[in-house]
Design a binder for this molecule. Structure first.
Ligand SMILES: Cc1ncc(COP(=O)(O)O)c(C=O)c1O
Length: 466
């Protein structure tokens, strides 16, 4: 049967969204605040040791729309607007009546959605007078994106990379170095936190939680006062910057006469590409639209589907504020699965609250099903995708097959968060039959409950919600 065109939907540069969307303005219940070590709500000033004030203002903003400075848009033109594509070849292979559309975020210079927030974060830091930015990176995507953005604006960049990924992905380190970044395996001996993690376990594979502790410490102990820390996911301002994905997708679907998708899917590690694609559609759902919204995580790191919704630290050493989120406990060290960017114990508070409010329904999938989906994708659509993104593709395939069973012509929209050109070691292991599935034992959840029992609870707020 001939294809019904178009397969690719582009926007002109002058159609790029001029404002980011802030879901906090529309959530049915107000967001719970971050708490300090004393259990009291943090003031913006208390965050200023770590972040510049202009980004803290975005972090706590209740404004629905926040204007994107023109200078940022001019930098984003390098790859934005990103294409919306229809996965017709996959649809044919599955024999599904569903129409599968995806935002292709792999087209950015660093190969993922991460520069959508790296560029604004570096821009606001530069305006504030920051000279050096520290950060952590899991799979290396965020570190590359920040190094790239710092190189555009002349800031120094120091990246603590989770040791297991540092070893699995040497080319990511070279990308960071090419853009002038300094990349260090974490835990390292450079920080107090790193030394203490190594003392506990000299062979630890590392985790995002540990690397965050190191990067925060490196920023707050710098004597010049011009070093700040930057986070690639989890926080409100990061998800805000990523909403450019969903806002573009809406315009692109409208261009081809689709009023709304029936299902929206993205993988979620800290929640930024999911929030970026989904939040503009969550707004429609709050306004009454019937849309199923699915964040997808690995079954071996089931933060959203089996974690506890409570206050927890964002890092392993307890240096960050306490955030209200789904968590497996800040001491949780995930299995060294190949989707490094999804190995995080917590979740963005905005995503957690979306789940608690019943606006999104999370799903956990095992890594071999995800790699199978990635192989099918490569052999139909062509691209070799990031193992993180394969979680979104696996859930999309599940939904497309369900639509086939039900005989429904559903519109599925998902986010292809990145390419997998630096992830071939994972593909190789899968192809050699060396990758296995792993279900988190219930004992780990009980251990998390123990770790969390003395921390404040995320209590029902004044509106009587949850
Ligand atoms: C390609 C890709 N997708 C997804 C993620 C998960 O992060 P987030 O949940 O913040 O989008 C990462 C994180 O490194 C990534 O590199």
């Amino acid at each position: 049967m001939p294809f019904k065109l178009p397969i690719k939907v582009y926007l002109n540069e002058d159609e790029i969204p001029r404002q980011w969307y802030n879901l906090a303005a529309d959530l049915p219940s107000p967001m719970l605040p971050p708490l300090g070590p004393d259990g009291k709500p943090l003031t913006p000033e208390a965050l200023s040791a770590v972040f510049p004030m202009n980004l803290i203002e975005q972090e706590v903003s209740q404004e629905r729309w926040i204007t994107i400075p023109e200078e940022i848009i001019e930098m984003l033109y390098r790859w934005r607007p990103s294409p919306l594509k229809r996965a017709v070849y996959l649809e044919q292979a599955l024999g599904t009546p569903a129409k599968i559309y995806y935002k292709d975020e792999s087209v950015s210079p660093a190969g993922s959605h991460k520069p959508n927030t790296a560029i604004p974060q570096v821009w606001y830091n530069k305006k504030f007078g920051t000279k050096t930015i520290t950060t952590e990176t899991g799979a290396g995507q965020w570190g590359s994106a920040l190094a790239f953005s710092c190189s555009l604006m002349g800031l120094a960049c120091k990246i603590f990379m989770v040791r297991i990924s540092f070893e699995q992905k040497p080319f990511r380190k070279i990308m960071m170095q090419t853009w002038g970044g300094k990349c260090i395996a974490s835990p390292s001996t450079e920080t107090e936190a790193g030394r203490s993690f190594l003392k506990k376990d000299p062979n630890t594979p590392g985790s995002l939680g540990m690397a965050i502790s190191e990067a925060v410490e490196a920023a707050v102990t710098d004597k010049s006062g011009t070093t700040k820390y930057s986070l690639g996911s989890v926080l409100n301002h990061v998800l805000l910057h990523q909403t450019i994905i969903g806002l573009e997708a809406k315009k692109q679907l409208q261009k081809i006469g689709i009023k709304k998708p029936d299902v929206v899917i993205a993988c979620a590690g800290g929640g930024s590409n999911f929030g970026g694609l989904a939040f503009p559609f969550v707004a429609d759902k709050i306004a009454g639209a019937n849309i199923e919204i699915i964040p997808v995580e690995p079954a071996s790191c089931p933060t959203m589907t089996r974690g506890i919704f409570t206050y927890d630290f964002g890092d392993s050493a307890g240096m960050t504020p306490l955030l209200p989120m789904h968590t497996l406990g800040h001491n949780f060290v995930p299995e060294p699965i190949h989707a490094g960017g999804l190995r995080y114990h917590g979740m963005a508070p905005l995503v957690s609250q979306t789940i608690v409010e019943g606006l999104a329904t999370p799903r956990a999938i095992q890594q071999t099903e995800c790699f199978k989906a990635a192989i099918l994708w490569a052999n139909t659509e062509g691209m070799i995708i990031a193992p993180e993104s394969s979680h979104a593709v696996a859930a999309t395939i599940q939904e497309a097959l369900k639509a086939k069973e039900e005989g429904k012509e559903k519109v599925i929209l998902f986010n292809l968060s990145g390419h997998g050109h630096m992830d071939l070691a994972g593909y190789s292991k899968f192809l050699e039959g060396k990758l296995t599935d792993w279900e988190l034992p219930q004992a780990n959840i009980e251990a998390a409950e123990q770790d969390l029992k003395d921390l404040p609870k995320a209590k029902m707020n004044k509106t009587g919600k949850w």
